[in-house]
Write a protein that binds this ligand. Structure first.
Ligand SMILES: CCCCCCCCCCCCCC(=O)SCCNC(=O)CCNC(=O)[C@H](O)C(C)(C)COP(=O)(O)OP(=O)(O)OC[C@H]1O[C@@H](n2cnc3c(N)ncnc32)[C@H](O)[C@@H]1OP(=O)(O)O
Ligand SMILES: Cc1cc2nc3c(=O)[nH]c(=O)nc-3n(C[C@H](O)[C@H](O)[C@H](O)COP(=O)(O)OP(=O)(O)OC[C@H]3O[C@@H](n4cnc5c(N)ncnc54)[C@H](O)[C@@H]3O)c2cc1C
Length: 665
């Protein structure tokens, strides 16, 4: 990838940059978690930028096979470089190295480090860890996480692949009994990986013990040929994700040693006796909780990229009626409705960014306990990671799409970099648990919290407000619309919605409906409750981070942006609860004022994300703002322009114009 040659900076961008009311660099430190991290990240970005091995023409002009092949090369080269630099054990360094080397290009070995290694860490016994983890960390083996089948993704308990224990050979027989049991989707499974964690129904001594995990070798370690009984391949082109070989896997009575069942939580002894070590069987789902929490931060990063592109472009793009004769046409950013579209995306981005940090801290606080079998805070962690994964990826996809549309026709061109970001973010709405299903998991947890609150039991910190007594709706049309007041209103909204749905649910139960039927009857409403609960969490994290900023100027701008986020939630959620006309009008006025207040900081707020051109890969979002010449250069690289007259002219058009039939050609 060649960075666009930085030309003289477009004066319209220089002008916007000068309007910042706060030190942008200091906000970057906050976002990175400290100055040290910012400096380290920049050093890593510099290393990749200077390395000619990572340079290549834009991937958008390549075929899928070329994209895949290049991605394999780059992904492995990243690993080699990380090893040379002694950075393999540093997750922060390796994350940023990968990100800048393969910007929004999904890595064919991504599943190895996102799911395969974490599953070995979380699901192996200590002895198994010794045997496999180091090999996996050294990339002597490359693995994926094979759970979803053609027939079952969401309903994980319905998975059909079987692992039947044979005590005579002390082996498990892994088998795909039906077409619908063929594994479908796992990343890197098609061509890249030689091992997989396979999720299968465990059968021993004539009984089925439900889903468990097994380490299965798929390909020979030296020839890479698939092993006997293993049928695997690529599932074909998708809406995006062209650089990765999502695959299928059919197992025909493949035998693996008994020791290849991941045995941290349960064990099959040599004679076939099944022993469960921990009571909570959902610990098998641990890797998913981890990845869901990562997805929230990835969604925020996706919006940060799209918003940087769209805000810069809005500063240099003129379109429309001049305000007076001889005056230039207005810039897109001068239109209040455009400011609204972009600044609400920026506000969502900051909110999700800070919320993902709180969620990550929660995960790492709870995880050591969970590994030791203490699962008190697991329900809260699961509910939050599932709900925030859904809200984060939904918002991520919606905001990136809004930014794309904000760039008009250029937004539809791959040159903008926006389709690449969208296609990378959008599948997160489906993978790792489809978003509606995830919201229902959060909703299920919230319903149970209401019950527990009624019984006077303690609730986890993020659920604690469910214990408070119902109060009248806080008035918004009285005093100042502070962030605290708005957050209080969102807390009130979340509780009111939940109590309403829980009351409805209980009335179904009183009518002797089964729990599952009553749950289905309120499920549509419950997804809204889950969203409201998660938005409250995001709002709280946003406000806490704004207040924690030591520099009063940064505190001020973040608080204003947080108010915009909260007000927008109040206004767009007005259908869920009754909001008086005067309250609504007051909020709308406040949004208008905030747009005027925040507009001078629009560029500064996105540039605080500190995204180099190499990362954005965008002709219209370049730092120098020189859009049009670069757009022409981009188009010239199209393979269709390699010759003046394309071969299709001779083959078809000439024949057509001469009145000859094309049917036989
Ligand atoms: C580094 C940056 C990169 C970031 C980008 C990442 C890219 C990554 C690329 C990734 C590529 C993509 C890779 C992929 O896509 S990998 C494949 C991902 N697949 C899924 O996510 C499948 C989604 N389905 C499920 O998770 C389950 O089947 C659900 C949850 C839907 C139902 O399940 P089930 O039918 O069994 O359960 P139940 O509804 O009867 O509920 C029973 C109880 O269980 C509790 N429960 C449920 N789940 C959990 C849990 N996890 N921890 C703790 N507890 C849990 C639940 O609260 C309830 O508790 P209670 O109410 O009874 O007390
Ligand atoms: C790009 C990509 C990468 C992936 N990578 C992997 C991977 O590495 N490993 C892996 O194992 N899997 C992977 N997956 C699979 C992914 O996890 C599943 O697609 C996902 O869990 C959804 O399952 P499904 O496709 O079977 O959809 P379904 O479960 O069939 O869902 C279809 C629709 O029905 C709705 N629905 C389903 N059940 C319910 C319910 N109970 N209540 C209400 N609505 C419901 C859903 O909301 C959804 O809209 C990947 C998928 C994608 C798109």
């Amino acid at each position: 990838m060649t960075n666009p040659v930085v030309q003289k900076v477009n004066p319209m961008l220089t002008e916007e940059r000068a309007k910042a009311s706060f030190p942008v660099e200091e906000l970057t430190y906050i976002l990175d978690g400290g100055k040290f991290n910012t400096e380290k990240r920049r050093e890593i970005e510099e290393l990749v930028t200077k390395d000619p091995n990572f340079e290549h023409p834009p991937i958008q002009f390549m075929t899928r096979e070329q994209q895949y092949s290049l991605a394999v090369k780059k992904a492995l080269l990243v690993q080699q470089r990380l090893k040379e630099l002694d950075m393999l054990d540093d997750p922060y360094a390796s994350y940023f190295f990968r990100r800048i080397a393969m910007p929004r290009e999904v890595s064919p070995i991504g599943l190895h480090w996102v799911m395969f290694v974490p599953t070995l860490m979380g699901q192996c016994s200590d002895e198994q860890r010794e045997r496999w983890l180091q090999r996996a960390l050294n990339y002597e083996i490359i693995g994926t996480y094979a759970q979803t089948e053609m027939g079952h993704g969401t309903f994980l308990r319905g998975i059909e692949t079987t692992a039947t224990y044979d005590p005579s050979s002390q082996q498990f027989v892994l088998h795909s009994p039906t077409t619908t049991s063929i594994k479908w989707w796992p990343g890197g499974l098609g061509k890249t990986c030689n091992y997989a964690v396979v999720v299968a129904q465990l059968h021993t001594q004539g009984r089925c013990h439900g889903v468990h995990m097994f380490l299965v070798q798929l390909r020979d370690e030296s020839t890479h040929r698939s092993l006997p009984g293993v049928v695997c391949g690529d599932i074909g082109p998708k809406m995006g994700y062209h650089t990765i070989d999502n695959g299928f896997l059919q197992l025909n009575s493949v035998r693996i040693p008994r020791e290849n069942m991941l045995m941290r939580n349960a064990e099959v002894q040599p004679d076939g006796t099944y022993i469960r070590r921990v009571s909570n069987e959902k610990l098998t789902y641990g890797t998913m909780v981890f990845v869901r929490s990562l997805i929230v931060s990835d969604a925020a990063r996706g919006i940060s990229e799209a918003a940087t592109i769209a805000v810069r472009y809005a500063c240099v793009r003129r379109q429309g009626e001049p305000s007076s004769p001889g005056a230039p046409e207005p810039r897109l950013l001068d239109y209040p409705v455009h400011q609204y579209r972009l600044l609400t995306c920026v506000a969502n981005c900051y909110g999700l960014w800070f919320a993902s940090e709180v969620l990550r801290d929660l995960y790492f606080t709870v995880q050591p306990d969970v590994l030791e079998g203490r699962t008190e805070r697991l329900p809260e962690t699961h509910a939050l990671s599932a709900g925030l994964k859904a809200v984060g990826s939904n918002r991520g996809a919606a905001c990136v799409e809004e930014c794309r549309r904000c760039c008009g026709g250029f937004g539809f061109s791959e040159a903008s970099g926006l389709p690449k970001i969208y296609n990378d973010i959008n599948p997160a709405c489906t993978y790792e648990g489809e978003n509606t299903v995830m919201l229902l998991q959060t909703g299920r947890h919230l319903l149970k919290c209401v019950e527990r609150a009624r019984r006077g039991e303690q609730l986890a910190p993020s659920d604690a407000y469910i214990r408070s007594r119902p109060t009248p709706q806080p008035k918004l049309a009285g005093g100042p619309l502070t962030a605290d007041l708005l957050l209080g209103w969102l807390r009130w909204r979340s509780l009111s919605m939940l109590l309403e749905v829980s009351g409805r649910f209980n009335s179904f139960i009183e009518q002797r409906q089964a729990w599952a039927d009553a749950f289905q009857a309120v499920s549509r409403r419950l997804t809204r409750c889950a969203e409201a609960h998660c938005i409250l969490y995001v709002g709280q994290a946003f406000l806490d981070s704004a207040k924690a900023a030591e520099n009063p100027k940064i505190c001020g701008v973040l608080t204003s942006l947080c108010r915009l986020f909260l007000l927008n939630e109040v206004v767009s959620g007005a259908g869920d609860v009754q909001l008086s006309r005067s309250d609504l009008a007051r909020c709308q006025d406040a949004i208008d004022s905030l747009l005027t207040e925040l507009r001078p900081n629009a560029v500064a707020l996105v540039e605080a994300f500190d995204l180099p051109d190499r990362m954005l890969c965008s002709v219209i979002g370049r730092y120098d703002g020189q859009v049009y010449e670069a757009m022409l250069q981009w188009a010239r690289q199209s393979p269709l322009n390699a010759t003046d007259v394309h071969e299709s002219y001779e083959l078809y058009t000439r024949q057509f114009l001469a009145g000859r039939s094309l049917a036989k050609l």
